[in-house]
Design a protein around this ligand. Sequence first.
Ligand code: CDV
Length: 319
Amino acid sequence: MARWLTVGAAQLGGIARAETRAQVVDRLLALLHQAHAMGVELVVYPELALTTFFPRWFMTDQAEIDAFFERTMPGPATQRLFDEAARLKIGFCLGYAELVADAEGEGGRTRRYNTAILVDRAGTIVGRYRKIHLPGHAEHEPWRRFQHLEKRYFDVPEPGNEGGFKVWRAFDGLLGLCICNDRRWPETYRVMGLQGVEMVLLGYNTPVHNPPAPEHDTLSLFHNHLSMQAGAYQNGTWVVGVAKCGIEEGCEMIGGSAIIAPSGEIVAQCATQGDELAVARCDLDRCASYKTTTFNFAVHRQPQHYTLITDRKGAVPPD
Ligand code: CDV
């Protein structure tokens, strides 16, 4: 038995701050058309794929910050992406900055999320994920070569309804979403693994240089693949990781977009630091070989020994 899903990892090169949404959507459409020519059914775009990675700048003018956010999805700039994808019968996953005015269930406050959506082949949004692990810092740290102010500009979603690592029945499989820094945390994959996930879609913006730990810089690409390959293997799932990369406003970001099998092997990978499509024909039934043997959770997990994972946040060494 096989359940084939042909997936395209639609990597983007840098997006300049001055680039308009219309120019970016043109680039997304160019990749979509390549994907169509290659028989792709699901295209995965990066994190915050509609603008430059704005958390690298300290800003205090809320109007300036909010200009990077989308208030509706699809919106005026993205409608033609939805329309064209639906016309071509291609689904997609898209990362963007989401502004929710008067957020329901959130005390009527305005919320700002780092969000990814899953859109089916008819152009309907079937899944939405709001980034949980927001890296970086909340205050201006001028000693850094560039800022990473995700903790300032985005809210962590509340658990419940829209918050959390969810898995959706879509594309004849079980698909989950996460975003960038989430991929480094085993909990991300395991929470989805416990819902039977068969393919995790994620986008990332990862600078080569890590200001608090420059000794990691030469390992950035290794750590990228290490995290995603481990998450795939340990949960018997496909993982599609897609970069926005290259030099963006003077900041170098890693590429290495990859499609990873449940074996942990990379089966397709981008080779450039620019707009590029990597394609793989993925058999979702390959997950079962891992999920029913080595990682048969129901048989082998011992959750009574894992309570510290949810009871404790930071490490506390023994006395
Ligand atoms: N966009 C990100 O979440 N980037 C982080 C960087 C700051 C380390 C990442 O984990 O790739």
